[in-house]
Design a protein around this ligand. Structure first.
Ligand code: TTP
Ligand code: MG
Length: 385
């Protein structure tokens, strides 16, 4: 039987939560992020502000120039995380197979849920409705036979959209798309495709597998499969995973240690939240560091006890980052963090945990300050894009 995958992505997420909490903001151009004085970037722009050309990761100063009437709001990360938890609770009612991609985005494998809950399309409609009725927000959903196509589909009718790609539609939908829509095709690959005179997915199929392999090495095969709508990656839940991690590839290499630290803290917070959601703890923390020339290093440490507070994970991660920076510092193209050596949490806080949990509140505030200045990503997630 065909797999049935749903991809859900919330619309204008941080801005949508602000509108939810402050109804007077509905219909207004909003820029969520730090202030111009802080030399910050936009975390997200409401759709009304996007009409003026404002978007995520743009310097706030520029966004305000484009849309002077926009209302600038600070990031309230803890509140968004709370809403995110409620959304993930809804996902959990529809399938045990939920893979979080970011604070507002997930894959669900609903292949096995259809006997109980109806066809995938129906399940997607119910999820959309539950998010609207119980939380008051809109989401965009894609339904397709694999992750790549489901993610592509959810983006086709944003905001408040739902697109189903059936096996018979796959080629028609793909053919028109620019190569940059394929998962893993960044600016460098796009340039290489341009040199081959390949701009659309249909043209990828026409150049053939051999040319792709000789141009891109092993990635050539991957592009070939995607161009045919094939993607075998399973939906991986955090609870089955041997490790929980996240990584970001930067638009431009980052050469400042403070900025790297900020990216890392956002990542650690996400990993911590995912561990806690499943009642798991980790003993090993690993950093992945990639330089501009693609040399990739990893640095890891195993702790005496398993942990899952952001504070404890942060302490381990920052030690690793500092030790690396002391000896091997060079600008990074990618940074990631993974928690592994997982086990069930005891549910009871040790004294060590308690002390760290107390620090958590202070850390939460630091995190909000950081996101206010730099945006959650200012960068793009490494996976599934
Ligand atoms: P996205 O889903 O990429 O964006 P969005 O939900 O705001 O808008 P869309 O309707 O297009 O999906 O990211 C989710 C949230 O993550 C976003 O609201 C703010 C945050 N974020 C950043 O802080 N910095 C960034 O560069 C991006 C892309 C997102
Ligand atoms: Mg979104």
């Amino acid at each position: 039987m065909d797999r049935q995958i749903i991809h859900v992505d919330m619309d204008e997420f941080f801005a949508a939560v602000e509108k939810l909490d402050h109804p007077e903001l509905v219909g207004k151009p909003l820029l969520v992020g730090g202030t111009v004085e802080q030399r910050s970037v936009v975390a997200t722009a409401s759709y009304e502000a996007r009409a003026f050309g404002c978007h995520s990761a743009m310097p706030m100063a520029k966004a305000v120039r484009l849309c002077p009437q926009a209302i600038v709001l600070p990031v309230r990360m803890q509140r968004y995380a709370e809403v995110s938890d409620s959304i993930f609770d809804i996902f959990g009612r529809f399938s045990p197979l939920v893979e979080p991609l970011s604070i507002d985005e997930a894959f669900l494998d609903v292949t096995g849920c259809q006997r109980l809950m109806g066809p995938a399309e129906e399940i997607a409609r119910k999820i959309k409705q539950a998010i609207r009725q119980e939380i008051g927000l809109t989401a965009s959903l894609g339904v397709a036979p694999n992750k790549f196509l489901a993610k592509l589909a959810s983006d086709l009718k944003k905001p408040d959209g739902m697109v189903v790609i059936r096996p018979a539609d796959v080629q028609r939908v793909l053919d028109e798309l620019p190569v940059t829509k394929l998962w893993g095709v960044g600016p460098a690959a796009a340039k290489a495709f341009a040199r081959l005179n390949v701009r659309t997915v249909a043209q990828i199929r026409r150049v053939g597998l051999d040319v792709l392999k000789s141009t891109f090495g092993s990635s050539g095969e991957h592009y070939w499969q995607l161009a045919h709508g094939q993607d075998d990656r399973p939906v991986e839940t955090d609870s089955q995973a041997k490790s929980i991690g996240t990584e970001d590839t930067f638009a431009a290499d980052i050469g400042g240690i403070d900025e790297l630290r900020r990216v890392l803290l956002g990542q650690v917070e996400q990993v911590g939240r995912r561990l806690r959601r499943h009642g798991m703890k980790a003993r090993t923390v690993t950093l992945k560091l990639r330089y501009g020339d693609f040399t990739t290093l990893s640095r890891s440490q195993t702790l005496p006890t398993a942990v899952n507070t952001t504070a404890a994970l942060w302490q381990a991660a920052t030690e690793l980052l500092d030790a690396w920076a002391k000896k091997d510092f060079r600008p990074l193209r990618l940074l990631g963090v993974t928690a592994s050596n997982l086990g069930a949490g005891s549910g009871q806080l040790s004294l060590f945990d308690q002390a760290l949990a107390d620090k958590q509140e202070q850390l939460d505030k630091t995190l909000d300050d950081i996101v206010n200045r730099f945006g959650k990503k200012a960068v793009r997630r490494g996976d599934a894009e």
